[in-house]
Design a protein around this ligand. Structure first.
Ligand code: BDR
Length: 323
């Protein structure tokens, strides 16, 4: 362990000891919740679920996330910052399944446990993993798009971010299911990364210019789906190109209503945030916690979007945020 990490571990150990002595009894348990970002609607719903659990369980949460989504170094700094505040536990959605491992393992050595939510992390130094079955989500998207195309046509897949375990699993699930169930569908591009929605828009515009004969498209998260939607509209292709994306926001719901988006794979971020904080509190209280829990996965279409279960996932309840 290099000198910096050694000093950081000692400092964290001291702070954890301090918090354990005074924090639990005096100031009450505080749990840090660190998302991948704070811009996307998805993370607002995670926050709402975390706050609901904190209120029910009588603990405090420290909500801090990097801006914009996907900045590995920024998230590492946020984790170090909340640990230095003396929290008793960390609930983390890792931007990168490798880059965040040292900070989480240092925290564990200093006595601060981690619950991972949303996106995997390559360490066993974690209390639980609570996420969507992302590989299954990719397969669900592939079945929808393959069926819309009648089993033939030319498509593109715009990826999100290298190192993002959640979206990488969706991309893999999509490619595997498409090849197995719809071998006649030709993938013209699957190696471009969109990142946040501004960059996803410009990358999508380039893809549409390069492939004017496109029949379909898949995107694995909110920002890439929004970028592709805006590019399809700008190119006059919206509605003609069969388009399946992930997640929800007012703009994506509008795309579904207009028939510019033909499928949205939805998750349940409110429940994910809720279960993440609840698992951490149960662990801190010495109660048993499941090593892994999957949350809801469902396909929204222009046809089923008004059904109560779908509508509730398209527009999550953010009331615990005071909205
Ligand atoms: C998206 O990133 C993923 O990690 C989340 O599951 C969500 O789909 C938010 O931008």
């Amino acid at each position: 362990m290099d000198r910096i990490r050694f000093l950081r571990t000692v400092a964290l150990g001291f702070l954890a000891l301090l918090a354990a002595c005074g924090g639990d009894a005096a100031a009450g348990v505080r749990v840090a919740v660190v998302p991948k970002g704070t811009q996307n609607e998805f993370w607002k719903a995670i926050h709402a679920g975390a706050r609901r659990a904190a209120a029910e369980l009588g603990v405090g949460i420290e909500w801090q996330g990097p801006q914009p989504e996907g900045d590995r170094e920024a998230q590492i700094r946020v984790v170090e910052n909340v640990l230095a505040m003396g929290v008793q536990g960390l609930v983390l959605a890792p931007v990168d399944e490798v880059a965040l491992v040292p900070a989480v393992e240092d925290a564990a050595r200093a006595g601060v446990p981690t619950v991972v939510i949303d996106s995997g992390l390559r360490t066993d130094r974690r209390v639980s993993m609570i996420a969507t079955d992302n590989h299954a989500g990719g397969r669900l998207a592939a079945r929808r798009l393959g069926e819309l195309l009648g089993g033939k046509g030319r498509i593109v897949m715009l990826r999100f971010l290298e190192g993002s375990a959640s979206t990488t699993a969706r991309e893999a699930g999509f490619r595997e299911e498409l090849a197995a169930a719809f071998p006649q569908v030709q993938v013209l591009s699957d190696n471009q990364y969109g990142g946040n929605h501004e960059r996803a828009l410009s990358t999508s515009e380039s893809l549409l210019l390069a492939h004017r004969d496109l029949d379909g498209a898949f995107c694995p998260n909110e920002s890439t789906t929004l970028g592709m939607l805006l590019a399809l509209r700008a190119a006059g292709l919206a509605g003609r190109v069969k388009f399946v994306g992930f997640d929800s926001s007012d703009q994506l719901i509008d795309g579904l209503a207009q028939g510019h988006i033909h499928g949205l794979v939805l998750q349940d971020p409110v429940q994910m945030g809720y279960l993440g904080v609840r698992a951490m509190v149960q662990h801190l209280r010495g109660e048993p916690v499941a090593a892994a829990q999957n949350t809801e996965l469902v396909l929204a279409t222009p046809e089923n979007r008004a059904e109560p279960r779908i509508a509730g996932l398209l527009r999550p309840d953010l009331s615990s945020l005071g909205r």
